[in-house]
Write a protein that binds this ligand. Structure first.
Ligand code: SF4
Length: 400
């Protein structure tokens, strides 16, 4: 049995306060690189090193306001507070699963396209693992993976996905993507095991490569030593497959992993569940994936959501194996998280592992991804659809 404990109110039990929504006149600090902030502080008559101090306060010391930056003069703090906003979102829901997965629903400032403020989801997936080092010692790793959104809604409208049900509302800015990671960081302990985000996946709401410049700018901040300092190898950008953008991404020389959300092993089936696949063939995706490997030396990964009876037959596994071998790609098999409004079903474990075995027998490295946060509307976009605009709610769901 699951027990849900709903507590409405104006403050977060996790200790994360709701911090002011950006006013139109303020620039979003989290959209800026260190160089850009340096230009701004010089223009305000402050010393150049002020920019590095501010970034350290925001990203290392977790300051949520300029008032907390005590090694800055009072005058500078006041001026910075007039010019810049750090947090711009409001946390409208904060849900924790029995497996520790945490999902937050953020509302962004109102815009013309989203007069009530766009809603996006952000997820933290904790994973503490025992591993063996080169000397046979047991090492405990504390992986904290943040799953970020890049758009409000999604233009792709995959048939099985809650995020795509209403199409695209608007693109997020780089600062809004970075803010999601910072919101999650503020929910982690300040020190000790699991105190920082170690991995990032761009697998939340939206198609990251359809909001290309934002995705790249946010990625750079996530990797920057003055901000999150996460290795590109620990960042995965997942795309439904836009060949020109995939090639452009390859040319940037970033070390991120590119994952193609394939979800079907032939064009006919793919275009039935992913509308954009009508115009983009698997052959084009394979071509772009090979280009990514040539340019970066990194193989793409194939993501495959298992929709029971739709793309889970043995012949599908054999077709998928052929594609994976062309790309030398690992395949991640993902359990479908059911969406109440949609008729797709989650397969059994037996179906998942039989499919994996067929791939492995064909020489493909295939993994069944663990299902996380199933008790907290885990399917992408589900929480946003559930929101009834009732204000701040914190939900803890625990096995009982
Ligand atoms: S699965 Fe991804 S690409 Fe497809 S509609 Fe959902 S968010 Fe968009």
């Amino acid at each position: 049995m699951k027990r849900s404990d709903w507590r409405g109110g104006g403050s977060m039990g996790s200790g994360t306060a709701i911090i002011g929504v950006m006013t139109e006149s303020k620039e979003h600090l989290l959209s800026l690189s260190l160089d850009e902030l340096t230009e701004r502080v010089l223009a305000l008559g402050m010393p150049k090193f002020r920019a590095a101090q501010i970034m350290e306060w925001v990203y290392q010391k977790r300051a949520a306001s300029f008032e907390e930056m005590t090694n800055l003069s009072k005058g500078d703090r006041a001026l910075l507070g007039e010019k810049f906003a750090i947090f711009t979102s409001e946390i409208v829901r904060n849900v924790t699963s029995s497996d520790g997965t945490q999902k937050i629903l953020l509302r962004w400032p109102a815009t013309e396209k989203s007069p009530e403020g766009g809603l996006t989801e952000t997820v933290m997936i904790p994973m503490d693992d025992d591993q063996c080092d080169n000397f046979g010692n047991t090492v405990v790793t504390h992986r904290r993976t943040a799953c970020l959104s890049t758009q409000v809604g999604c233009p792709v409208k995959c048939a099985f996905c809650a995020s795509g049900l209403e199409g695209l509302k608007e693109n997020l800015t780089p600062g809004q993507v970075v803010e999601q990671a910072l919101r999650l960081t503020h929910m982690l302990p300040k020190e000790g095991p699991g105190h920082r985000i170690t991995n990032i996946v761009f697998m939340g709401m939206g198609e990251p490569l359809a909001n290309f410049d934002t995705t790249v700018a946010a990625l750079k901040t996530l990797m920057a030593p003055w901000a999150f300092h996460i290795s590109g190898r620990k960042i995965t950008v997942s795309t439904v497959g836009l060949p020109p953008q995939m090639k452009r991404f390859a040319e940037l020389g970033l070390t991120a992993t590119l994952a193609i959300s394939l979800h079907a092993p032939n064009d006919e089936l793919r275009s039935q569940i992913i509308p954009w696949a009508e115009k983009i063939s698997i052959t084009q995706l394979v071509d772009a994936g090979k280009y990514y490997f040539e340019k970066t030396g990194r193989e793409v990964t194939l993501e495959y959501i298992m929709l029971d009876g739709v793309n889970t037959l043995p012949e599908h596994a054999r077709q998928l194996a052929t594609i994976a071998k062309l790309l030398r790609a690992n395949v991640n098999l993902i359990y479908y998280n059911e969406v109440p409004e949609l008729e797709f079903k989650r397969p059994t474990g037996q179906t998942m592992f039989a499919f994996q075995n067929t791939l492995r027998s064909a020489g493909v490295n295939a993994h069944v991804r663990k299902s996380r946060g199933r008790d907290i509307a885990a399917a992408c976009g589900q929480l946003a659809r559930q929101d009834k605009g009732k204000g701040v709610v914190q939900v803890t769901v625990s096995g009982a």
